[in-house]
Design a protein around this ligand. Sequence first.
Ligand code: DUC
Ligand code: ZN
Ligand code: ZN
Ligand code: ZN
Length: 487
Amino acid sequence: MSKVIKNGTIVTADRQWKADVLIEGEKIAEIGENLSGDEIIDASDAYVIPGGIDPHTHLEMPFMGTTAAETFESGTFAAAAGGTTMLVDFCLPGEDGSLLNAVDAWDAKSKDQICTDISYHMAITGWNETIFNEMETVVKERGINTFKHFMAYKGALMVEDDEMFASFRRCAELGALPLVHAENGDVVAALQEKYMAEGITGPEGHAYSRPPEVEGEAANRAIMIADAAGCPLYIVHVSCEQAHEAIRRARQKGMRVYGEPLIQHLTLDESEYFNKDWQYAARRVMSPPFRSKEHQDGLWAGLAAGSLQVVATDHAAFSDEQKRMGVGDFTKIPNGTGGLEERMAMLWTKGVETGRLTPEEFVAVTSTNIAKILNIYPLKGGINVGGDADVVVWDPSIHRTVSVSTQKSIIDYNVFEGMELKAAPRYTLSRGEVIWAHGQNSQPRPGRGKFIKRTPYASASKALSKWKALNTPRKIERDPMNIPAGV
Ligand code: DUC
Ligand code: ZN
Ligand code: ZN
Ligand code: ZN
């Protein structure tokens, strides 16, 4: 059975044009005019775009004494309804510290549940010989070429600089890309103690204890450590100008440093933490916290200018009851907010509809750039003949208001509640299958999603060997007796 998406305007990261898309099985077979197929998918008055890729989620992740409540099933259903056909979840080692056991555990949780394709980033939360050895198997056999390092969450997930440096060097050897959560965990811990001692115990204390400086410092430090290790770097949830500035400077020097703002930081600001309703504010507690309008403007500018490359969600959703673990102590509020279902439409509404982004830039930052950075382009991330038919018929005439009563997420609230979204998927196709059709009560089959293996970065390691050579200290021959007078 072939399908043909007809009468739409294809938008890719670099152009728009009118053409039909023929799909055979799971793949895009042809792009052209007047194509025919067994089944017609109407894209009149709509755009035809690559399925969204969310590079940053935490589904069912044990964290801060509880477990993120969004499941792989509800999370990927929400993703599909929002036009996202692949997500990359963070795989976190358990008590035994084993990376390979963690991959097995994540596979067991996700396998029968996922409605869309997924991949993992592996978290490095400590450093020893077993981890060093397992990293190779993770890359070469398990198809995971990205490793995340937490510079915050002291006493739990945080790694020290020497551990991070060692892991970055290992990434360089393996052709893998290190990721960092950039916040200075020591300073955050000290500020948390200070504000709690001063009696600031509510969600506003969360924002006070994680100012932009702690993020900027950590971003700069991670960039310098990556430079010393000779590897590229990806900084997750860039929320402020201090971190953005560090990325801009590094890129100007020719370093491969990537920055990922979140849809939440682009659209919600710090005033949310000063809401009189504790529960309202606690729902919005995430790290880094929301920032001021000036920081938001900087992030939008970075997306247009190319100094920031992708938009993610960091979808880590906790119920109201879980958030209440932090009543009387903001440091115990589980950190995280949702956004999987709203990411694309929110970015369109606040970005494309306002003229801040072009439709091509929208496609780049929601899909294509991510696929390239993750090394899965052109299989994913484009409208490419031979690539997976992950395609969305994107309809700017469908407007809807975000409401907890209609969302696919199983969380009991939505941080975007009441906001109007000015676009939605008319159809979401994942590897050729329609998994979401607007207004038709679609229910994608759990377990139909696939784990997508990602191979190491050949090009990066080639550039690296040259860079390493440049960094090899020059040996200087000296005559020990030839000491100038007066030295
Ligand atoms: N930040 C969050 O808000 N939640 C999950 C992990 C993180 O770094
Ligand atoms: Zn993080
Ligand atoms: Zn995260
Ligand atoms: Zn409207």
